[in-house]
Unconditional design. Structure first.
Length: 181
Protein backbone atom coordinates (compact mmCIF):
# COMPACT_ATOMS: atom_id res chain seq x y z
CA UNK A 1 0.00 0.00 0.00
CA UNK A 2 1.47 3.34 -1.01
CA UNK A 3 1.81 6.47 1.08
CA UNK A 4 -1.07 8.14 -0.76
CA UNK A 5 -3.41 5.16 -0.06
CA UNK A 6 -2.47 5.25 3.63
CA UNK A 7 -3.18 8.99 3.75
CA UNK A 8 -6.60 8.48 2.13
CA UNK A 9 -7.44 5.64 4.53
CA UNK A 10 -6.32 7.74 7.51
CA UNK A 11 -8.46 10.66 6.29
CA UNK A 12 -11.48 8.37 5.87
CA UNK A 13 -10.93 6.88 9.35
CA UNK A 14 -10.67 10.36 10.92
CA UNK A 15 -13.85 11.49 9.11
CA UNK A 16 -15.75 8.39 10.27
CA UNK A 17 -14.56 8.90 13.85
CA UNK A 18 -15.66 12.55 13.75
CA UNK A 19 -19.08 11.56 12.36
CA UNK A 20 -19.49 8.94 15.09
CA UNK A 21 -18.61 11.51 17.77
CA UNK A 22 -21.19 13.94 16.36
CA UNK A 23 -23.85 11.23 16.46
CA UNK A 24 -23.00 10.39 20.06
CA UNK A 25 -23.03 14.06 21.03
CA UNK A 26 -26.44 14.52 19.41
CA UNK A 27 -27.79 11.57 21.39
CA UNK A 28 -26.66 13.26 24.60
CA UNK A 29 -28.68 16.36 23.73
CA UNK A 30 -32.02 14.54 23.85
CA UNK A 31 -34.26 15.66 26.68
CA UNK A 32 -34.73 13.27 29.58
CA UNK A 33 -38.29 11.94 29.64
CA UNK A 34 -37.80 9.96 32.87
CA UNK A 35 -36.46 11.74 35.94
CA UNK A 36 -36.69 11.54 39.72
CA UNK A 37 -38.59 13.99 41.90
CA UNK A 38 -36.73 17.28 42.16
CA UNK A 39 -35.19 17.10 38.67
CA UNK A 40 -36.72 19.19 35.88
CA UNK A 41 -38.26 17.48 32.88
CA UNK A 42 -38.67 19.23 29.53
CA UNK A 43 -41.63 18.17 27.37
CA UNK A 44 -42.00 20.35 24.30
CA UNK A 45 -41.91 23.98 25.42
CA UNK A 46 -42.95 23.14 29.00
CA UNK A 47 -40.50 22.59 31.81
CA UNK A 48 -41.95 20.71 34.81
CA UNK A 49 -40.32 20.31 38.21
CA UNK A 50 -41.98 18.21 40.91
CA UNK A 51 -40.93 19.82 44.19
CA UNK A 52 -42.54 17.45 46.67
CA UNK A 53 -45.14 14.71 46.87
CA UNK A 54 -47.00 13.82 50.00
CA UNK A 55 -50.10 12.18 51.37
CA UNK A 56 -52.62 14.65 52.79
CA UNK A 57 -54.42 14.27 56.09
CA UNK A 58 -57.97 15.72 56.11
CA UNK A 59 -57.73 16.13 59.90
CA UNK A 60 -54.57 18.28 59.71
CA UNK A 61 -55.18 22.06 59.73
CA UNK A 62 -52.51 22.74 57.05
CA UNK A 63 -53.86 20.03 54.76
CA UNK A 64 -57.45 21.33 55.06
CA UNK A 65 -56.55 24.14 52.63
CA UNK A 66 -55.15 21.68 50.09
CA UNK A 67 -58.30 19.56 50.36
CA UNK A 68 -60.82 22.40 50.09
CA UNK A 69 -64.04 21.08 48.53
CA UNK A 70 -63.03 17.40 48.78
CA UNK A 71 -65.03 14.79 50.64
CA UNK A 72 -63.60 12.52 53.29
CA UNK A 73 -61.84 9.63 51.53
CA UNK A 74 -63.51 6.23 51.74
CA UNK A 75 -61.90 3.58 53.95
CA UNK A 76 -58.85 2.21 52.14
CA UNK A 77 -58.25 5.44 50.19
CA UNK A 78 -56.21 8.57 50.76
CA UNK A 79 -55.32 11.79 49.02
CA UNK A 80 -51.91 12.18 47.39
CA UNK A 81 -50.68 15.63 46.33
CA UNK A 82 -47.96 16.31 43.77
CA UNK A 83 -46.64 19.87 44.04
CA UNK A 84 -44.79 21.29 41.06
CA UNK A 85 -43.77 24.30 39.06
CA UNK A 86 -44.29 24.63 35.31
CA UNK A 87 -42.69 27.10 32.92
CA UNK A 88 -43.54 27.76 29.29
CA UNK A 89 -40.15 28.33 27.66
CA UNK A 90 -41.66 28.74 24.18
CA UNK A 91 -43.04 31.61 22.14
CA UNK A 92 -46.62 30.34 21.94
CA UNK A 93 -49.44 29.65 24.38
CA UNK A 94 -49.56 25.97 25.38
CA UNK A 95 -52.42 23.98 26.88
CA UNK A 96 -51.56 22.08 30.05
CA UNK A 97 -52.59 18.46 30.38
CA UNK A 98 -55.72 17.63 32.31
CA UNK A 99 -54.99 13.91 32.51
CA UNK A 100 -51.94 13.57 34.76
CA UNK A 101 -51.63 10.03 36.18
CA UNK A 102 -49.98 8.14 39.01
CA UNK A 103 -48.93 4.56 38.23
CA UNK A 104 -47.77 2.04 40.83
CA UNK A 105 -45.53 -1.01 40.35
CA UNK A 106 -48.57 -3.23 39.65
CA UNK A 107 -49.54 -0.87 36.77
CA UNK A 108 -52.60 0.38 38.68
CA UNK A 109 -53.34 3.87 37.41
CA UNK A 110 -54.83 6.80 39.33
CA UNK A 111 -56.18 9.86 37.48
CA UNK A 112 -55.82 13.46 38.67
CA UNK A 113 -58.97 14.84 40.25
CA UNK A 114 -60.40 18.35 40.05
CA UNK A 115 -59.74 20.55 43.06
CA UNK A 116 -61.23 23.80 44.38
CA UNK A 117 -58.13 24.50 46.46
CA UNK A 118 -56.30 27.80 45.89
CA UNK A 119 -53.15 25.64 45.68
CA UNK A 120 -54.48 23.49 42.82
CA UNK A 121 -52.92 23.45 39.37
CA UNK A 122 -55.58 24.51 36.86
CA UNK A 123 -55.86 21.25 34.90
CA UNK A 124 -56.13 21.80 31.16
CA UNK A 125 -55.49 25.56 31.46
CA UNK A 126 -53.46 27.55 28.96
CA UNK A 127 -50.02 28.92 29.81
CA UNK A 128 -48.76 31.85 27.78
CA UNK A 129 -45.23 32.35 26.46
CA UNK A 130 -42.83 32.80 29.37
CA UNK A 131 -45.65 32.00 31.77
CA UNK A 132 -45.07 30.17 35.06
CA UNK A 133 -47.26 28.21 37.43
CA UNK A 134 -47.96 28.76 40.15
CA UNK A 135 -48.46 32.41 39.27
CA UNK A 136 -46.70 34.86 41.57
CA UNK A 137 -48.59 36.33 44.51
CA UNK A 138 -50.95 33.35 44.82
CA UNK A 139 -51.34 30.99 47.77
CA UNK A 140 -49.53 28.27 45.79
CA UNK A 141 -46.51 30.49 45.03
CA UNK A 142 -46.36 32.10 48.47
CA UNK A 143 -47.17 28.98 50.51
CA UNK A 144 -44.67 26.74 52.28
CA UNK A 145 -44.19 24.41 49.28
CA UNK A 146 -44.18 27.07 46.53
CA UNK A 147 -45.76 24.74 44.00
CA UNK A 148 -49.09 24.14 42.30
CA UNK A 149 -50.85 20.94 43.40
CA UNK A 150 -52.17 18.06 41.34
CA UNK A 151 -54.45 15.96 43.54
CA UNK A 152 -55.08 12.20 43.39
CA UNK A 153 -57.26 9.80 45.35
CA UNK A 154 -55.29 6.56 45.67
CA UNK A 155 -55.83 3.27 47.43
CA UNK A 156 -53.87 2.45 50.57
CA UNK A 157 -52.19 -0.32 48.55
CA UNK A 158 -50.36 2.34 46.52
CA UNK A 159 -48.09 2.85 49.53
CA UNK A 160 -47.03 -0.79 49.26
CA UNK A 161 -46.55 -0.70 45.48
CA UNK A 162 -43.80 1.90 45.26
CA UNK A 163 -42.04 3.55 43.63
CA UNK A 164 -44.93 5.50 42.21
CA UNK A 165 -44.53 7.27 38.89
CA UNK A 166 -46.13 10.57 38.00
CA UNK A 167 -46.96 10.53 34.29
CA UNK A 168 -47.13 13.77 32.35
CA UNK A 169 -48.89 13.45 28.98
CA UNK A 170 -47.44 15.53 26.16
CA UNK A 171 -47.80 15.71 22.39
CA UNK A 172 -43.98 15.65 22.20
CA UNK A 173 -43.82 12.39 24.18
CA UNK A 174 -44.98 11.55 27.69
CA UNK A 175 -42.74 12.14 30.68
CA UNK A 176 -42.36 10.21 33.92
CA UNK A 177 -41.23 11.38 37.33
CA UNK A 178 -40.36 8.78 39.97
CA UNK A 179 -41.92 10.10 43.18
CA UNK A 180 -40.02 10.20 46.45
CA UNK A 181 -42.64 9.04 48.94
Amino acid sequence: MGARSKTVLLAVAVAMAAAAMLLLAACGEEEETEVIEGEPIELGDLSYNVAITRFLNPDDSEDEQYLEGQTEPAPGEQYLAVFMTIENEGDETVQLPSDFRIVDTTEKTYEAIESDSPYALPLGAELGPGGELPESNTPASDGPIKGAMVLFLVSDQATENRPLEFEIPSSSGDGKVELDI
